[in-house]
Design a protein around this ligand. Sequence first.
Ligand code: PLP
Length: 413
Amino acid sequence: MSELLELDREHVWHPYSPMPGTSRPLLVESARGVRLQLAGGTELVDGMSSWWAAIHGYRHPVLDRAVREQVDRMSHVMFGGLTHEPAIRLATRLAGLTSLPHVFLADSGSVSVEVAIKMCLQYWRCTGQPAKRRLLTWRGGYHGDTWHPMSVCDPEGGMHHLWRGVLPEQIHADAPPTEHRGSYVDHLAGLIAEHAAELAAVIVEPVVQGAGGMRFHSPRYLRDLRELCDEHDVLLIFDEIATGFGRTGELFAADHAGVRPDVLCLGKALTGGYLTMAATLCTGRIAAGIPALAHGPTFMGNPLAAAVANASLDVLLDQDWRGEVKRIEAALRTGLEPARGLPGVVDVRVLGAIGVVQLGRQVDLARATEVAVRHGVWLRPFRDLIYTMPPYITGDDDLARITAAVIAAAQEG
Ligand SMILES: *Cc1c(COP(=O)(O)O)cnc(C)c1O
């Protein structure tokens, strides 16, 4: 085990980490249900769903079977000139669920955001308005780590200063307040009106901003954005890579407001956390304006990923997912409430199966991780945030364990 970790430190990049590594990652040997099994025998309850993805937990029998059956047919074929049932079924189902008829199956969330932006830019180029090529977003967002997505991440959290002069400069509105405020709508309206001639699209995460700061905002802002975009002929992109598939209590976060975007990005939980796949969906108007979309990744529409995504949708939609998310929401509210009184805690917020404790200081990551592990829980805090989005199958005892670990990490971490 120590030999493997030594090789890991020497050769393997981890997210947002230096090389060679300075922190010691935990070595996972297997996972089942909501538990990660570490080398050495320790078991941890996963409070992170492997970054929003593993909504049904690990080694779910239906998902496992879907992957095995697909391996026995084909693991991959190119998507240029060929097609296959898993991708056709998946695209058709996603179109039905979102009322967006056209689906591009990309290979990661960041790429799906690139594709969304490319769709919008290409649409305006091909319909005679090439000046419309900039994007507007609000601060506090996160849209991925490749180039254009980075340009619409929060300028500070996304370290725009590191990239000044090379990153496309987009228009950043203030971060959305939690409550609906007319003054903030005026702020958005002013920016959109001022820049309409050069704006291709507005891109936001609806209702919950994830990796940019785990902030929640009123769904009414989505209706405001829809109206403003329509008024000024600007396209609207919703990035639901984190919020999609029930996490916020609605199947898609935009459903809290009943708003349909022009372009939608899905990812993370799309395959139940099994394989990397994301989707960019758009309206008929956009597809009709683009002669041929200039994008085509090697692993586009990967059959294994599409098959397990179909199985994940079966499992999700065949159960009372809304009831499960409500149950988790109630447990997180009860379990995290005591954090409100702790010194150093500035906010506790819960929405759907998402629970957040915000501190008035940076979390000591190594220490907070150690405290959570001592409580038998896997958490991955960032900045001033200790948060959890557990798999939907997490039982009440394990939820109590997770919230106790979050509170302990907030106290000691
Ligand atoms: C994770 C995430 C992305 C990026 O997805 P990757 O699969 O990591 O490339 C983009 N947008 C949002 C909202 C995300 O949460």
